[in-house]
Design a protein around this ligand. Structure first.
Ligand code: DGY
Length: 316
């Protein structure tokens, strides 16, 4: 008899088909709150969750008798899963690194360019039928090429953003990371996030989510940034003190921001939405057909490995 598997959200068909080969599959519709996560842990052998599901310590506690042996997450970030609690309850956890690096780094560059070149302001103007024609001083932005790029968090995605900035736009790269890295192109490590913030024209956050990084980018970081610099976040919203970011934007302490992630998605504070110089996207980092299939397939391989009693290829 096939093991019971819950994939918590609709994913693309090739992913569902592949899971059906191994599992008796149930496809969920909405993000699981703690109570639904607890029920799923009780009812299914394998779960394929994603961002927004709440596999918290409380969910593991509330589950009582846990049937589930694996949470094969679709996504590289797993801050919605309490990995320690999972481990304590004998539930293996895996993620999907590598396959979304390029897509996510591309969004980082899109946000840098969009914020620097005032893309959403310009688009709003055209769509509203309010564009009065070319003007030598109309909607002037700032160059990206040749500027200094600062990357906070120099893992796979951070390095991919830096590579694009350096090779594609001739940017000088500085980074802040626990350990020094050799990305294969010139990049200098700085010792503090504030130092990074003070020295760059574009500050891009690529840190991992989770308890350790909540609120790491606070008022001190924005105070250190140059008034003409641009802030970008493609990692997790909770890493940034959103109120401090709004203050920095409203007071002109920074010139603009490009954001793909928010502290309480899908809620985006009204004051942030009102900032003209913000280029805002709805968490699109990995949102391409190719990447979402690749992510799903990594999750399938992890779930299958567990079902076959093998080591998970991408255990966390
Ligand atoms: C991830 O993989 O962590 C993304 O943020 C969600 O696709």
């Amino acid at each position: 008899m096939k093991k019971r598997c819950l994939i918590t959200r609709e994913q693309l068909e090739p992913v569902l088909d592949a899971l059906r080969e191994t599992f008796d599959l149930t496809v969920g519709r909405d993000p699981l709150d703690e109570a639904a996560a607890a029920a799923a842990l009780r009812d299914y052998d394998a779960i394929v969750p994603t961002l927004g599901d709440r596999f918290t310590a409380a969910a593991f506690e509330a589950a009582g008798e846990i049937r589930c042996g694996v949470l094969a997450n679709v996504g590289v970030g797993y801050n919605h899963i309490d990995v320690e609690a999972a481990r304590a309850h004998g539930v293996a956890v895996s993620n999907t690194p590598d396959v979304l690096t390029d897509a996510t780094a591309d969004i980082g560059l899109l946000l840098m360019l969009g914020a620097a070149r005032r893309a959403s302001e310009g688009e709003r103007l055209v769509r509203a039928g309010e564009w009065k024609g070319f003007g030598p001083k109309t909607m002037l932005g700032t160059d990206v090429s040749g500027k200094v790029l600062g990357v906070a968090g120099f893992g796979r995605i951070g390095q991919a953003v830096a590579r694009r900035g350096h090779l594609g736009f001739g940017m000088e790269v500085l980074y802040w990371n626990r350990s020094a890295k050799d990305p294969g192109f010139p990049a200098r490590k700085v010792e503090t996030l504030e130092e990074l913030a003070a020295r760059v024209d574009f500050l891009v956050v690529c840190l991992p989510g989770g308890k350790e990084t909540v609120g790491v980018v606070g008022a001190g970081v924005f105070a250190a940034m140059k008034p003409e610099s641009i802030f970008v976040n493609i990692a997790r919203g909770e890493i940034v003190d959103e109120a401090a970011l709004i203050e920095a934007l409203e007071s002109g302490a920074i010139a603009g921001a490009g954001l793909d992630v928010y502290a309480q998605e899908p809620f985006v504070p009204e004051r942030l939405r009102a900032c003209e110089r913000c280029f805002l996207l709805p968490h699109l980092g990995s949102a391409t057909v190719e990447t979402r299939i690749a992510m799903g397939m990594v999750a399938v391989r992890n779930a299958r490995a567990w079902a076959d009693g093998k080591a998970l290829p991408q255990a966390v």
